[in-house]
Design a binder for this molecule. Structure first.
Ligand SMILES: CC(C)(COP(=O)(O)OP(=O)(O)OC[C@H]1O[C@@H](n2cnc3c(N)ncnc32)[C@H](O)[C@@H]1OP(=O)(O)O)[C@@H](O)C(=O)NCCC(=O)NCCS
Length: 161
């Protein structure tokens, strides 16, 4: 059933960019993976909050793989958009791209899927607006997000048994 207050995915998309400084480095001199994970969570949380217009907390992060290192001096962009929404839960996809400012080369370093839950003033899960799906790509992402959420719930059920 379509919710009456549904919104477009473009309304909540977030693009967060940060220049990687020496203070973000690990012992090898590359950017610390934990710093990238923090910014993934931040971009995802901003996107979910923008959609819900409510505080949104991170409930789950799917497995995260670094495809290539991020270097100090890279300009890194985190693009977050909603794939799927349930009653109170939202799946956000965050894509990470590192740009070498001197050569212009851009490298896709990660994609992550996170689930956020919107909270009311008492800190309880609260209903979020629906998503208006207009393009083939949005419908495909919704279908894949629905499947991933079903997998998460069945995994959680198995782990609790
Ligand atoms: C997020 C939180 C409020 C959810 O509380 P809860 O009692 O589990 O809430 P519910 O059982 O009503 O579930 C809320 C939604 O999460 C979904 N959900 C529950 N477990 C899930 C899981 N393992 N994976 C994905 N989604 C899940 C539910 O299906 C429901 O979605 P829906 O309303 O769209 O159907 C609670 O778990 C919490 O406060 N967690 C800590 C969050 C936090 O502090 N994050 C920052 C970490 S530092």
């Amino acid at each position: 059933m379509t919710k009456v207050n549904s919104k477009h995915t473009a309304d909540s998309q977030v693009i967060l960019s940060q220049f990687m400084q020496p203070e973000h480095a690990n012992a090898l001199g590359n950017v610390h993976g934990g710093w990238i994970m923090k910014l993934i969570d931040e971009a995802g949380g901003l996107c979910a909050t923008r959609h819900a217009r409510r505080p949104a907390v991170t409930l789950a992060v799917d497995s995260l793989r670094f495809l290539s290192p991020v270097h100090v001096g890279d300009f890194v962009t985190f693009t977050a958009h909603l794939n799927w929404v349930g009653h109170t839960a939202m799946e956000v996809e965050v894509n990470v791209e590192a740009e070498n400012l001197l050569t212009g080369e851009k490298t896709h370093t990660n994609s992550a899927y996170l689930v956020f839950v919107a909270l009311d003033q008492a800190g309880h899960p609260v209903e979020v607006p629906g998503l208006i799906l207009e393009t083939e790509d949005e419908r495909r992402r919704w279908g894949q997000g629905t499947q991933r959420q079903a997998d998460r719930l069945s995994r959680a059920k198995r782990e609790a048994a």
